[in-house]
Structure formats: C-alpha cells, structure tokens
Write a protein that binds this ligand. Structure first.
Ligand code: SF4
Ligand code: SF4
Length: 449
C-alpha cells in the first residue's frame, strides 16, 4: 500500500482540533513540512506530553513525511520555553542524524494557528481563506504525526491522547478509545468543584458544556485534545451564556470604536483584511442596508476571521463580542450570496512581531492563573465499558456504518467506511459487541475480562 493509501485506510485526521482528512493534505508536494507542537491554547498539556514521550518516533516519522512530500525543510515548531520537550526532540535528532530542525516560538497566543505558524517559521503569508500549500507548506499537528507513524505500520486511529486540566486536584493525561464518554474520564480526576462546566478543547476556542446532560452525552473523538474543568460560576462559563441578541445590542450601544479588536487581530497582523471594528460599527444599521456593495464594505471582512477569540477575550476594553459578531456577519453574507474577493498575496504588517498576546497575560485575563501548574501531568488508565463512536469526527461527510447490532468487533476493526468524497474511515478502539447503530454513531459494549 502506498503512503497516502495507508494514511487514508487508517482514518487519520488533523488531531489538533480541525479534523481535516490527512490523506488529502498529504497528497501533495511541498517545500516545507512543518509540525505544529505549539500547544496553542493555554493550559493544554497533550502536545508537550507527546514530544517528551515519543521524541524518536516523532523525528523518524517527520523525516519520512518530509521525504514523501519532497520537502527540503522539515521543522518541528514548539514554544522555546518548553525546554524539556526541546531537549528530548533535539536528542532524537542528534541520535538519528535526521534532517529535521526545531523552531522555538515565542510564548504567545495563537502561536499554533496554522497560518500564524507558517508566517513565523517561513516568513510566508498564506492567502486569505487559503491553505499553507498555497505557499509551499504542509502543516500537521504532532499528534497527527504519531497517527501517521501508526498508519504506516498498519495501525488505524482508534484511540486518543488527551489532558484534563483546570479545577482538578492534579492535571492528568489519558489515552482512551474513540467514543469514550468524557464522564468516564472525569471520574478519575478528582474535580475540586461541586458544580462545574467542561470545555472540550481550550479556553479560547473550545466547546463549552454547561449542563449535566450535555456533559453526559459528550464523547472523545479524533480531535479531542483536552478537557478543561471550570467552576459553574467561572467568568468563561457566565460569558458563554450571552445570547446573540444581547451581543448585537451591546455592540450597537457600547462599542467605542477604539479599534483594539482589529489592531490586535492575529490575522489582520499577517496582512489579511479582517476588521472586526467595522463589523461592530455597522451592526446597528445592518437591517437597513439594501445594497450588497455597501453591505460587503461594512461586513465583508468577517469572512477572513478564524474565530481565534483574541478580539473578544483579550483586546476589547468594553467586554464586547467581535468574534461572535463576525460569525453572525458571515451568516448574513452567506444569506445574501456575497463572497468577497480574496487577497492572494497578503504582506504581514510591520508590527507583526511586536503585537503578540503573551500567554501569561491571556491566562490572567481569562481568570485561569490559579490552574497553571508546573508539575508534569500524571498518566492515568481508564477502564472503559462502553463507547459511542460518532460517525462524524472530521471535516467532510460522515462515515457509513459497516457493522450492525449484534456483530462482534475486535479492537482496531473498521466500523464505518469513508463516504464518497471528503470523508474518513472510523475504527473501534475496544473489542466488544455492537449494541446500537444510529445515523449519529455506533455503540459498542466491551467484553468482560
Ligand atoms: S476572532 Fe477576532 S482576533 Fe481572531 S481572527 Fe477573528 S477578528 Fe481576528
Ligand atoms: S475593541 Fe471593543 S470597543 Fe473597541 S472597536 Fe472593537 S469592539 Fe469596539
């Protein structure tokens, strides 16, 4: 089986959060292969854990992937302050003599945004709404690199590494089958709050689960990298309760047009046309703009927003929600059929190196400083009795079930095949009996030992 076919068969997707099918990304030639080990969001531990634990396997696989792409540069980018991880990877590079370099990023958010990473490492700027490949780069998360290593040995993606951080007695690392209910993981973590919410992912871009039923339903997928536990009355939980209507009203009445949201925007800084202050300025008259040309002038830049959250969680002095309003504006543009032209050759702004958000200050702003720990996370085993494996854990069409209720499956077996077009295979991370197949997922009950 060739390289891309092996990755496709194993169902590998971007492990860093986006879930783009990796076989599509790797079906290319590129000058640069970049590994994203930046641990973009505050408090997450997974990338660091993988770099410390599997440095040899990472370096060896980076060399193989770069060879496949025909890349003349293979670079692993992580924050320079991660000294242990830097040393582990450098040791592996020295031992193997692999033509792989390390790039030490400064400690800012969002260092792990794919387009920011490309600009930082190569100096190139990805076009608006473009791909790193447009400027000769392929970027994969470090977890994806390890999944590719497994794929090349015929082992599919069926389990996931993730950290649990926040209001827990000790930060922990887990390695669990896909479809594991997050409640099974939380049981092992000694949560320090009687009433809590959970963010799946990081505090800036993760998915907030507030009520007990939402937490009970949530399962680990190919893109789950972290669970952040927070007290139910935490600032981030309360803030997530604002309705769209409230946000629009506040934008129309309280925005002082200071422009901080635009001037601090990481995408604006790499030269993209993203102007959240313009969106905020025009919201009050949104319904009265009849001309599409005028509408595009007011709201068009929203299409280039990547929802990183810097504008609303850090920059805005009025506590407004420009990110959410950009999402609202994107919806309106789509309804009107407006598709603004793309700048294919953006140039990073002069101040790009000076206008970065220090992660430590961001953590303080988010009221998360009390959860920062310098202890290494403890690896914890979980015995999973049942899992519900979603058919859609990736960008593209949901996979199609290839098993039925009553079937016996072994760990690693294919349980849903990629649909035609953009889609991926899905495998089980536990042996057992299929007890339910729905249009959402496949339930598997584990075997008693
Ligand atoms: S969320 Fe805000 S800061 Fe981030 S890209 Fe969008 S406008 Fe810029
Ligand atoms: S930072 Fe806040 S107050 Fe300033 S322009 Fe943006 S939304 Fe308005």
């Amino acid at each position: 089986m060739d390289f891309v076919e092996a990755v496709k068969a194993a169902g590998v997707v971007g492990a860093g959060g986006a879930g783009f099918p990796t076989h599509v990304k790797l079906n290319a030639k590129a000058e640069w292969f970049l590994v994203n080990a930046a641990e973009c969001e505050p408090l997450i531990e997974t990338d660091k854990y993988l770099c410390r634990t599997y440095p040899d396997r990472i370096v060896e696989t980076v060399k193989t992937i770069a060879g496949h792409l025909g890349a003349s540069h293979a670079v692993i980018a992580l924050k320079a302050k991660y000294r242990r991880e830097m040393e582990a990877l450098q040791g592996a590079i020295d031992k193997s003599g692999a033509p792989v370099e390390l790039f030490g990023l400064r400690t800012f958010y969002p260092a792990g945004d794919e387009q920011t990473l490309v600009q930082q490492v190569t100096g190139r700027v990805v076009p608006e709404r473009g791909l790193p490949l447009d400027v000769g780069c392929v970027v994969d998360n470090v977890g994806t690199v390890l999944a590719i290593a497994d794929a090349l040995e015929g082992k599919p993606v069926s389990e996931k590494f993730l950290s649990v951080t926040g209001a827990v007695k000790q930060t922990r690392m887990f390695h669990v089958p896909l479809g594991t209910p997050i409640t099974e993981i939380l049981k092992e973590t000694e949560i320090t709050e009687p009433d809590y919410a959970v963010i799946v992912g990081g505090p800036m871009m993760g998915r907030m689960l507030k009520d007990k039923e939402a937490i009970r339903q949530a399962v680990v997928t190919k893109t789950t990298g972290n669970l952040l536990v927070l007290p139910a009355d935490h600032y981030l939980v309360k803030r997530s309760e604002l309705t769209e209507e409230q946000m629009i009203h506040r934008a129309a009445t309280a925005c002082i047009q200071c422009r901080m949201c635009t001037d601090m925007c990481p995408r604006f800084m790499i030269g993209h046309e993203v102007r959240p202050n313009m969106v905020m300025r025009n919201l009050w008259r949104e319904k009265s703009i009849s001309s599409n040309e005028e509408f595009e002038k007011a709201f068009g830049s929203a299409v280039n927003c990547c929802s990183c959250g810097v504008c609303e969680m850090f920059a805005c002095p009025m506590g407004l929600s420009p990110r959410k309003m950009n999402e609202y504006a994107k919806k309106l543009l789509k309804e009107r059929g407006i598709n603004p032209a793309r700048n294919m050759h953006p140039v990073a702004r002069e101040a790009v190196e000076y206008r970065k958000i220090p992660t430590e200050r961001l953590i303080a702003r988010l009221d998360l400083s009390r959860y920062v720990t310098h202890d290494l996370p403890q690896f914890t085993e979980v015995k999973v009795k049942e899992c519900m494996i979603p058919l859609s854990q990736h960008i593209g069409k949901p996979a199609l079930p290839s098993v039925k209720a009553g079937d016996h499956v072994e760990k690693g077996a294919l349980v849903a095949a990629a649909a035609e077009g953009l889609s991926v295979n899905i495998h089980t991370g536990m042996s057992g009996v299929v007890t339910e197949v729905t249009d959402k997922g496949i339930r598997i009950c584990g075997e008693e030992e």
